[in-house]
Every structure is written in C-alpha cells, then in structure tokens.
Design a protein around this ligand. Structure first.
Ligand code: FAD
Length: 410
C-alpha cells in the first residue's frame, strides 16, 4: 500500500536538517525535487550551553540555507525547542506523509531517531551519507576491521570507491570574496575550497604545513563547513582528483585525502562501537584511574594550567571556537594522561565550544588520545617537547598569553 502511494501521489515531506546544511550533493533534496514532492525543512539550534562562536557560525549557516531553500520552494523552520516535542506537532499540523533526515552514525542520535519513530504515525527515513565512502559499504565492517586505522584505510582504498557527488553546487556566490575568519554557510565553505585548492594552491604544501599553529593556510580549515555539512566531502574529493589531473601527482593532495579518510574512520567506528563510544572506558578492558577535581578541570578549560602551550591552545578555543589539530592532540593528552581527569568532560567542553563540532570526530579522537580507543600505542604527549617543535620561538604562545578571557563559565 505504502509503495503504491509513494509512486502515484505527491507527498508532503518533512526534511529534518542537522549536519547536512547545504543544497548540493544532498540525497533527500535531490529526491524530493526530482519527484516534485512538497517539502518543509526544520532545523534545531545547538544546545543552550554552546559557545558564542559556535552559535554565530551555526546561525550564519542556517540563514544562508533558509534563503537557498526558498528558491527551491521549501520553507525552513529554525527552531530552538526539542525535536522530540516539535516534530510530532509539525507532522500533525502540516499533514506530513513522511519525515526524512540524513543517516545518523552514533548511538546517541540513533536512539533519538528510534524514539521519534515510535512516536510518529508516519515513517522516518534516514537517507544520505555524511562520509566519503558509502555507509551501505560501511555496514559490512566489524570492530576488528577498524583496528588499527591503517588496516581500515588500506581496506577501503583498495576495495571501495568514493561515489561521485549527486550534484555540484549551483551557488552564484562561489566567487564571493571573504576575509580569513570562518563564516558559516555553503558559499563561504565553497569559497574556502576554491581558494585553498585552485587560487593559492596551498593544498600542494599541505603535508609540510599541516602542523602549523599560526597561519590560515597551514591547513585546509574545511572542518567547520564539513562538520555542519555545508561542504560535501565527496565534492572536496572530486575537486582534489580534478586538481591532481591538472597539476600532476601531489603529496599535499594525497595527505589531505588521507585525513578525510580519518574523518570517515571515526564515523564508521562510532556506528559500530555503539554506546561505549561515549563512555569513559571506551574500548579498553582496564578501568582508568580518574581524578575528580572540578577546579583543575575549570583551569584547563580557561587556559590556566602550568603549561603555557596548553594554555595558549585553550584560550584560542575559548575566544575563537577553533584549535589546530596539533593543539587538540596536546591539550587532550594533557587532560587525560597528565591531569588524569575524565576525558569525556574534555570532549564535552570541546563539543560546546568548537565551531567544527562533529560528534564522531570529537569523541573518536578523544577516546584515541585517552588511550581507550583504537590507538595501538597509547602515547603520552610530552608538552614541552611538542611546544619546542611546533612553536620554537614561542610566537604562538605569546599571541595568546596576552588575551584575557571573559569572566564567565565554565
Ligand atoms: P586539515 O588538516 O586540513 O584536514 C582536512 C580534513 O580532514 C579536516 O577538515 C577533517 O575533516 C579531517 N581531519 C583532519 N584531521 C583529522 C583527525 N585527526 N580526525 C578526523 N578527521 C580529521 N575534527 C572535527 O571536524 N570536529 C571535531 O569536533 C574534532 N574534534 C577533535 C578533538 C580532538 C581531541 C582531536 C585531537 C581532533 C579533533 N578533530 C575534530 C580532528 C581535527 O583536529 C580537525 O578536523 C582539524 O584540526 C580541522 O582542521 P582542518 O580542517 O584545517 O584540517
């Protein structure tokens, strides 16, 4: 019966946007528009305890999405209340036939969808990947296939193909001129992609500069747009392969693709690992020795520890919503291994502050650095050594040591 209805009549679809805030390479939008179904979009604002910079980035992103969807005749409701309360009301009020949302990778969000399914008289369909590789292939993996990362990488690169994007951007603001500060939304993300790959070709040096702490072009800075879905990983991949065809082999391009596979890795890991992905013990069999001290934790959050390198990175996070990968590794290792605090608290602090907050990549990396994930080496970062390697003149530390944090939270 249901299938017949789908084929014969136009439906009214509720699209629940979450981490897919774009209009190109979007499986649900592609399907809805090609079938001429009517649709309404909803998006829910991040949690109330989110940092200011994260909220600004999110607001910019959804404002642009709303305008772009209007052109497709899809109104977007930007809501602050709880999805489990509001979605059933909207379904009833607007006589929705089906709710659609992108595929969820982690247990927390999957449970949410499960509860929603039980509440609604209509079906809730998950459609569309957030990854390079297909989640359908990902389902064939077991935890054993994911340990360690290199095994996963070798397997996927020799057995799977990255599917091409479903559509390319039609964004007339593609050539918009922007300053360096990340601005949310599809246009700004696409502009950054074009700039990093085609205009400056900085990507060609990525393998040498990626650990830099100071310059905008040290790394791609794609993560804020990737995290909210304004940049499609498959579109990035397509552009990287195209650039390689034009310019020839490049270590920089290969290294960037390698990092995008890390991004997939944590998404598939979250999917397979389930509940323990968010738990202190993670995949480990031994219990961690944890010190519970909220004073020490607050000092870490505010960049007031005895390590200047840690402090500089934590201040950068608090004031900008951003921190480099090198910084993240150091401050996470310091919290978990030196201060012996609960790493899940560190992950929650990151989650509230980062403009590129991505649940799977955040918890996956934290778990890895806390020694309860898939790192076979269980390393401890030597902060002094890291600081002399990556900030030998102390320029980065000086920059942030001058900055005063507002006197509020955490
Ligand atoms: P580039 O170096 O230019 O890399 C390109 C892309 O590859 C990134 O945008 C990202 O999507 C992916 N990538 C790079 N490094 C990693 C990595 N270590 N793991 C997974 N994917 C990676 N990344 C997030 O997007 N959101 C998070 O919430 C997040 N939390 C993190 C927490 C910790 C403790 C650590 C150590 C890392 C975390 N990362 C997270 C991964 C990484 O630090 C950022 O993706 C990267 O710094 C973003 O900068 P970029 O876009 O310039 O990266």
């Amino acid at each position: 019966m249901f299938i017949i209805k789908r084929k014969l009549s136009k439906m009214k679809i509720l699209i629940w946007f979450h981490k897919d805030l774009r209009t190109y390479d979007h499986e649900i939008l592609n399907w809805v528009t090609s079938q001429n179904h009517k649709a309404i979009g909803v998006v829910f604002s991040p949690l109330k305890n989110s940092g200011e910079k994260k909220l600004i980035f999110w607001n910019e992103t959804v404002s642009e999405l709303k305008i772009s969807l209007t052109r497709l005749n899809i109104p977007l409701l930007i809501l602050t209340d709880h999805p489990l309360k509001l979605i059933p009301e909207i379904v009833r009020e607007h006589k929705i036939d089906e709710v659609m949302t992108h595929r969820r990778f982690n247990k927390r969000e999957q449970e949410f969808i499960h509860i929603l399914r039980n509440q609604l008289p209509v079906s809730v369909t998950e459609k569309g990947d957030l990854t390079l590789f297909s989640s359908v292939d990902g389902e064939l993996l077991s935890l054993r296939d994911l340990r360690p990362f290199t095994k996963f990488k070798n397997f996927v690169t020799s057995n799977w193909q990255v599917p091409p994007p479903l559509s390319n951007p039609k964004n007339e603001n593609y050539f918009l001129s922007l300053t360096n500060s990340p601005q949310g939304g599809e246009s700004a993300g696409l502009h950054r992609l074009k700039n990093y790959l085609w205009d400056t070709k900085s990507v060609l040096h990525y393998h040498e500069t990626r650990n830099g702490l100071l310059k905008w072009d040290d790394s791609s800075k794609f993560s804020p747009w990737l995290a909210w879905g304004s940049l499609s990983p498959r579109f990035i991949y397509q552009e990287l392969i195209h650039l390689k065809k034009v310019l020839g082999p490049s270590d920089g391009i290969d290294a960037l693709i390698y990092e995008l596979i890390w991004r997939d890795y944590f998404k598939f890991l979250a999917n397979i690992q389930g509940k323990s992905f968010f738990e202190q013990q993670g995949l480990s069999e031994k219990k961690l020795e944890i010190i519970s001290d909220s004073e020490v934790f607050n000092r870490w959050c505010r960049g007031e520890t005895s390590e200047e390198f840690v402090n500089a990175n934590m201040k950068e996070l608090y004031l900008t919503g951003w921190m480099s990968n090198r910084g993240r590794q150091n401050v996470a290792s310091y919290l978990a291994k030196k201060l012996k605090l609960d790493w899940t608290l560190g992950a929650q602090w990151f989650e509230s502050q980062l403009i590129d907050e991505d649940t799977e990549n955040n918890y996956g990396n934290w778990q890895y650095l806390a020694g309860v994930g898939t790192d076979p080496r269980d390393r401890i970062f030597d902060i002094k050594r890291q600081s002399s390697l990556y900030d030998p003149e102390g320029v980065y530390q000086n920059l942030w040591s001058q900055k005063i944090l507002p006197n509020k939270g955490p």
